[in-house]
Design a protein around this ligand. Structure first.
Ligand code: NAG
Ligand code: NAG
Length: 171
């Protein structure tokens, strides 16, 4: 009887709780200026449905990390196709260095902050990480470098960073 009851409870509760967790993803992304990029990130990770808000923030940081690596890769590709040693090349090299070292370090500090419950530090680290691609965009524009694709990737990184900061702000 008890087992039947438990089984029934399980059957009744589990689909609801899975839906509730999808609701949590929607809720966590809702306050972002760009909810769709936040949802796209969470949907790319099958563990999202089982994650609590801190877990969701961690998944968003993983997506940021993946985006950062892709941007760095793109800059590397652009560099290998540039023969000249002019200002553009210098600016791209400085960007590559900042993104692959400083920004990457800040994102890993953000993850550490989440793990240790130091949410202020986690939020600040994301803000500092975002500073690097943003200043990169400025310095590339200053040397008249244009790549709609690269700038789009940087904008998306910015939107996802803002989503992460808003999620963490509420902890
Ligand atoms: C990074 O690039 C890889 C390979 O192109 C792609 O599969 C992945 O989805 C990209 N990551 C993000 C967050 O866009
Ligand atoms: C950047 O990488 C993406 C795949 O991650 C690719 O679709 C895009 O064309 C690349 N852009 C540049 C400017 O290399």
């Amino acid at each position: 009887m008890m087992i039947k009851f438990l089984l029934l409870t399980f059957l009744v509760i589990s689909p609801i709780s899975i839906r509730a967790d999808k609701d949590l993803m929607v809720k966590e992304c809702h306050n972002a200026k760009a909810p769709s990029i936040c949802m796209q990130c969470l949907e790319s990770d099958p563990t999202s449905v089982k994650a609590n808000p801190v877990g969701i923030a961690g998944i968003v940081i993983n997506c940021l990390n993946s985006r950062l690596q892709n941007i760095t890769k793109n800059i590397t590709d652009l560099l290998s196709s540039k023969e000249d040693k002019g200002d553009m090349k210098k600016a791209l090299e400085a960007c590559k260095k900042d993104l692959s070292t400083e920004a990457t370090t800040k994102l890993s500090e953000a993850k550490t902050g989440l793990k240790t419950g130091d949410y202020d530090k986690a939020g600040l680290s994301i803000k500092l990480a975002l500073g690097f691609p943003l200043s990169c965009r400025v310095s590339l524009k200053n040397v008249k470098f244009t790549s709609a694709d690269l700038f789009t990737q940087i904008n998306l990184f910015g939107q996802l960073s803002n989503a992460a900061m808003r999620i963490i702000d509420r902890f």
